[in-house]
Design a protein around this ligand. Structure first.
Ligand code: NDP
Length: 334
């Protein structure tokens, strides 16, 4: 079997030897255990955070540990009655093609009629629930309000804007290229999109948000967060979902937003969340999202990289903007 390990602490962008792929023998499953064959690996911005020296929201991955990730896999041998041979499962484990587990952290992969497995894995497991919970429960937008989302052409952001539209809001995305902005407006139905690499972001956003911003769904931090804070309306809400522009800045003090004063000037509510705290609501979230996907009201794009051996280089795409839509690795056939 092959498995990725955290080889060397790295501050800044991940380097070629930060993670290393090793070949290792696979033992037989013991009592109550099973062997899983990986099919899809989700690459998530937070994977970089797990390798950092920050005080984070869960156990970090330590140097010498296998790299951790979220997988869909098939049971190929089993001494665990909860997981028969042939069953599909999903859960958090290591970046590996085959492995032995007692099933801790795995659940049967839920089936969504009419939605292919890769799309169900890519959209309904992490990105969709994050977008739905963050926007509706934390952001609480009202019809007619303006919702701005950063990293809008990414896995979470693309869904946020479309849910905002479903709820009668004006949806404005911030993304890093003209092509991404065009995709958001022409294919996904965003009202406007602003390319943060082209011109002054505050002025671009101001033009795209003539009535100001009521809900800022923040995925990026840094200059994006500052631009959003600048244009917030009174009693606006800032949903702090992610701060990806800072994730390669481990071992460094990351400067705070310079427009934080608007939290008081505009009487904002600023709230962070971690979707893993809300797994109990997954059936509700997935039911809604799957319905919208079937109706064509939530469209998306999967950015699939083939081969476990390419997982580490693929992960860096998230921090350079090399992905459009949900980034994942196909490890084995469905
Ligand atoms: P995405 O698919 O959104 O990919 C990340 C995107 O971020 C890139 O495509 C890039 O797009 C943009 N980006 C990267 N670096 C920068 C930068 N320096 N400045 C501006 N934009 C940048 O990844 P995910 O959907 O996995 O994650 C999106 C966000 O959601 C992350 O912040 C992540 O941490 C957060 N998240 C939070 C969860 C929670 O429970 N709170 C759960 C899941 C995700 P571009 O070309 O536009 O620059």
């Amino acid at each position: 079997a092959r498995r990725w390990y955290y080889n060397r602490f790295t501050s800044g962008a991940l380097e070629d030897d930060t993670l290393v792929l090793r070949e290792e023998p696979l033992r037989d499953p013991g009592p109550g255990e099973m062997e899983l064959r990986s099919i899809h690996l989700s690459l998530d911005a937070t994977n970089r955070v797990w390798l950092s020296d920050w005080d984070i929201y869960m156990e970090p991955v330590r140097v010498g540990d296998p790299m951790r990730g979220f997988l869909m896999a098939e049971v190929v041998r089993s001494d665990n009655p909860a997981f028969p041979v042939g069953a599909l499962v999903t859960g958090m484990h290591t970046w590996s093609d085959r492995f032995i587990t007692d099933g801790t952290g795995f659940v049967p992969f839920p089936r969504f009629p009419g939605i292919p497995l890769d799309e169900a894995f890519g959209v309904l497991m992490i990105a969709g629930p994050t977008a739905l919970y963050g926007l509706m429960d934390v952001g609480r937008p009202k019809p007619g309000e303006t919702v701005v989302v950063s990293a809008a052409a990414g896995a979470v952001g693309a869904v946020v804007g479309q849910i905002a539209k479903i709820h009668g809001c004006r949806a404005v995305g911030i993304a890093g290229s003209a092509d991404k902005c065009r995709w958001l407006v022409e294919d996904l139905g965003f009202d406007a999109a602003v390319d943060y690499r082209d011109g002054d972001l505050v002025e671009g956003l101001r033009a795209a948000c003539p009535d100001g911003i009521d809900v800022l769904f923040e995925n990026v931090g840094g200059a994006c967060l500052d631009a959003g804070l600048t244009l917030m309306n009174d009693f606006g809400r800032v949903v702090v979902c992610g701060l990806i522009s800072t994730y390669n800045r481990t071992a460094e003090v990351v400067p705070g937003p310079t427009m934080f004063r608007n939290v008081i000037m505009r009487r904002l509510r600023v709230e962070g969340f971690v979707i893993l705290d809300h797994l109990d609501r997954y059936p509700e979230f997935q039911g809604k999202l799957a319905g919208w996907m079937r109706e064509g009201r939530i469209k998306h794009r999967l950015h699939v990289v083939d081969g476990l051996e390419n997982a580490a280089s693929a992960l860096t795409l998230l921090y350079s903007g090399g992905n459009t839509g949900k980034l994942m690795v196909r490890i084995g056939a469905e």
